[in-house]
Design a protein around this ligand. Structure first.
Ligand code: MTE
Ligand code: MO
Length: 383
């Protein structure tokens, strides 16, 4: 079958769909390290994993509304300055299963682990675009190019057997500070097949869907990419929109991720002993915004205590510190006293003072994306 060449995977991944392969690590694995190990990093696919086996004949075609189209080889990319960017990638469908409990939504079910934090190594897209005559900080090319479209070598049914694709604004692509990468390494190793070997886009601060794996070509275009995943998916609709009245053209493709957090040290319903419990998890926001605060409640949201935050072990996190990783998640930890059955809640505030919605009902949408509601876990004590 078309799925006969899938790579081996870690046995502790929770498989949400087999073909295409969609899987996430157990909650507890996420908070075991600041940088998520590659084999435990969530895997989100829309088709079989393509096999690119000859790097010497591999190249990315850069074409479209530019002066000189060019084929870029891995050698060309390796010759450019290499950057390492620690960035959290999160699927827009993270926490979809919980949204589905309010009212059914369409899409692969995910618990809270459809995200991970990795050190991506590669060339900056801004440097690559210079090779085809597009200078830094360009928002429109002389021939009217305003968007950068990434096209994959994979095949998916949503595109009627065509490749997965997505685009970002040219202004972001040519801004060195946006840290958009053409990545060939993940956590210091050659990118593996599941995550886009030999080359993928990494667009920090933006929903995972725009970080296209297995790049085949890059096109400079005048309008945003017209592909399925830009125009007929990954858009945020109000709760009133259903499959009978949906008009996809009324909404923009989702880009930045809103502020999010989740408790990873406890399962949905946990039996624990009375006394002190460590509550830990992740918090992350989009657009390079840091995490200002994480609040924990042990009585369903009546009272709150502030959790401690960190990125690197032992060093308290400071969103103003230039040594903090601006595109990466912040892990949090609080020790609380749990005398009886209760609901533990976590919510984060980002550096723009954006907060998470209290209830999932108010942000319900038919595709089940961006469930960033307060994260709640039930604990049963002492029986
Ligand atoms: N790129 C290609 N070519 N095909 C895909 O199916 N899935 C996207 C994105 N890039 C996808 C893709 C989605 S929806 C997400 S969330 C991320 O890749 C997941 O990246 P990962 O599997 O490396 O975690
Ligand atoms: Mo995704």
């Amino acid at each position: 079958s078309e799925y006969s060449q899938e790579p081996p995977r870690h046995p502790s991944l929770v498989i949400n769909a087999k073909e295409p392969f969609n899987a996430e690590p157990p909650r507890s694995a996420l908070v075991s390290s600041y940088v998520t190990p590659v084999d435990l990093f969530y895997k989100r696919n829309h088709g079989p994993i393509p096999l690119v086996d000859d790097l010497d004949s591999y190249y990315v075609t850069i074409d479209g509304l530019i002066e000189g189209p060019k084929k870029i080889s891995m050698r060309d990319l390796w010759a450019l300055p290499k950057y390492s960017v620690t960035a959290t990638l999160q699927c827009a469908g993270n926490r979809r299963t919980a949204m589905s409990k309010v009212r059914k939504v369409r899409g692969v079910g995910w618990d809270i682990s459809a995200l991970g934090n990795a050190v991506w190594g590669g060339a900056k897209l801004a440097d690559v675009l210079e090779l085809v005559g597009v200078p830094k900080l360009t928002s429109v090319t002389r021939s009217g190019g305003k968007h950068v479209e990434f096209v994959s070598v994979d095949r998916c049914k949503e595109e009627n057997g065509g490749p997965y694709k997505a685009s970002i604004p040219l202004s972001q692509a040519t801004n060195p500070d946006a840290d958009v990468l053409l990545a060939y390494e993940m956590n210091g190793e050659t990118l593996n097949r599941d995550h886009g070997y030999p080359l993928r886009g990494v667009v920090p601060g933006v929903i995972g869907a725009r970080s296209v794996k297995w790049l085949d070509s890059i096109n400079i275009i005048s309008e945003e990419c017209q592909g399925f995943f830009m125009q007929k998916d990954y858009k945020m609709f109000p709760p009133t929109v259903n499959w009978d009245n949906i008009d996809w053209s009324t909404r923009k493709p989702q880009m930045d991720f809103p502020v999010q957090c989740a408790i990873c040290s406890l399962e949905d319903v946990n039996a624990i002993q009375p006394g002190k419990v460590k509550v830990s998890g992740y918090a992350t926001s989009g657009g390079g915004r840091g995490i200002e605060r994480v609040d924990i409640s042990i009585n369903g949201g009546k009272n709150w205590v502030e959790a401690s935050r960190y990125q690197k072990d032992g060093i308290p996190y400071d969103s103003n510190d230039i040594c903090s990783d601006k595109w990466a998640w912040v892990l949090f930890e609080a020790t609380v006293d749990i005398p009886h059955d209760t609901e533990i809640v976590a919510k984060a505030v980002d550096t723009a003072a954006n907060v998470q919605p209290e209830n999932v009902e108010t942000i319900w949408n038919l595709r089940g994306i961006l469930n960033t509601s307060w994260h709640r876990v039930q604990v049963r004590v002492g029986h």
